[in-house]
Design a protein around this ligand. Structure first.
Ligand code: NI
Length: 146
């Protein structure tokens, strides 16, 4: 592989044994691949702690449109946070349920708060926030009531 630096990692036998078990369970072809994923996850997790990090993402929600007041609540919520919302797409799933995909951008803390507020609306069955960091491209998922 080009542009890859080899590093040596020392592990206690017990830890290595547990790690190899995990690797085979998850179907990794090599320890290197597993370690790369762990490092990426760890870096991504660290970004999650920075509520000021600027992110782009989507909120996907499924809701029951016949629940009293839900349409208005969701509309007011989105107008209140329009600085974080680029656009939204509405899909009528079946007779009772709608799916809405909202394209969002802003500080992590703002996007998490928006997704939380949406998931708290009565009649929202599922609400999930997926984001990509602007600086690293790492993907993040937050599932609330999913
Ligand atoms: Ni609909």
């Amino acid at each position: 592989m080009d542009g890859v630096t080899r590093i040596g990692v020392s592990l206690e036998p017990e830890l290595l044994k547990e790690f190899d078990k995990l690797i085979s369970k998850k179907g990794y072809v090599s320890r290197s691949e597993a370690i790369r994923d762990l490092v990426r996850d760890s870096l991504a997790e660290n970004e999650w702690k920075n509520d000021k990090e600027y992110m782009s993402g989507v909120i996907v929600m499924v809701y029951e449109h016949e629940v009293t007041g839900i349409g208005e609540k969701l509309t007011v919520l989105q107008h209140d946070r329009m600085q974080n919302i680029n656009t939204s797409i509405h899909v009528h799933l079946d007779h009772d349920r709608c799916m809405e995909v909202i394209i969002v951008e802003g500080e992590l803390g703002q996007l998490k708060a928006l997704a939380n507020d949406i998931s708290a609306v009565k009649g929202v069955l599922r609400c999930k926030l997926t984001m990509a960091s602007r600086s690293t491209g790492h993907l993040h998922h937050i599932g609330s009531r999913s």
